[in-house]
Write a protein that binds this ligand. Structure first.
Ligand code: 5GP
Length: 224
């Protein structure tokens, strides 16, 4: 990379593009594999953050408060909703989940891109609120694979598992409202696809306008 472009980038927010980071909304039915894909993508894509949601669901074995979710009571959830602290929230499979406005606002303002992992209702809300967000639907390759993944996770009671499987077809129908769809038949391929989407979105003209303008200005001044 030329030292001039590097210099211009250093003078800018971390994603080097516009002044704000981009919000990537990732949805799939429970057990669709989005958690694993996102974890891998966060490890390989630079300047990318993850929004930790709030939920009233009980922690599963191995889940850590503040890492997978902030686990809160229904009362606190209602207080946060009333105080307008959520960018979006929804009731999913009988539990409440919400994305905190603050984390998303702070990190995108600092120029970081951020992934929010939400259900299809949450994705629809974010799309309406933030027109320049990018939404990605992760599609499990078959009902059998979805069932196997939920069983292998071993964290849901038989009743919870049935609810999740029963709700999946309705969620899947919403795929066409998303900007991208990734069929998660092979984890490595799915990780590459999600990372590619993020890189491609970063390269959009509209997201690089100010940096490109500076570079072009250099060319113009050389002609004087
Ligand atoms: P799980 O209980 O399996 O972790 O998540 C259940 C569902 O809730 C998943 O579809 C997950 O994407 C969704 N979810 C997690 N966090 C949020 C959130 O902040 N908002 C919304 N709307 N859905 C969420």
């Amino acid at each position: 990379m030329s030292s001039r472009v590097k210099e211009l980038q250093l003078a800018r927010p971390v994603n080097n593009n516009t002044s704000r980071g981009t919000l990537f909304v990732v949805s799939s039915p429970s057990g669709g594999g989005k958690g694993t894909i996102i974890r891998h993508v966060l490890a390989v894509v630079e300047n990318l953050s993850y929004s930790v949601s709030y939920t009233t669901r009980a922690p599963r074995l191995g889940e850590v408060d503040g890492r997978e979710y902030f686990f809160i009571s229904r009362d606190i959830f209602d207080e946060m909703t009333a105080a307008g602290e959520f960018l979006e929230w929804a009731c999913v499979h009988g539990n409440f989940y919400g994305t905190a406005k603050r984390q998303v606002a702070e990190e995108t303002a600092a120029g970081l891109d951020i992934i929010v992992e939400v259900d299809v209702q949450g994705a629809a809300s974010v799309r309406q609120l933030l027109m320049d967000s990018v939404s990605i639907f992760i599609l499990p390759p078959s009902p059998e694979v979805l069932r196997q993944r939920l069983l292998a996770r071993g964290t849901d009671s038989p009743e919870e598992l049935e609810v999740r499987l029963r709700n999946a077809p309705e969620e899947l129908k919403q795929y066409s409202a998303f900007d991208y769809v990734i069929i998660n038949d092979e984890i490595e391929k799915a990780v590459k696809q999600l990372a590619s989407i993020i890189y491609a979105e970063r390269a959009r003209c509209m997201r690089q306008e100010s940096l490109v303008r500076e570079v072009i200005k250099d060319f113009m001044s050389g002609q004087e």
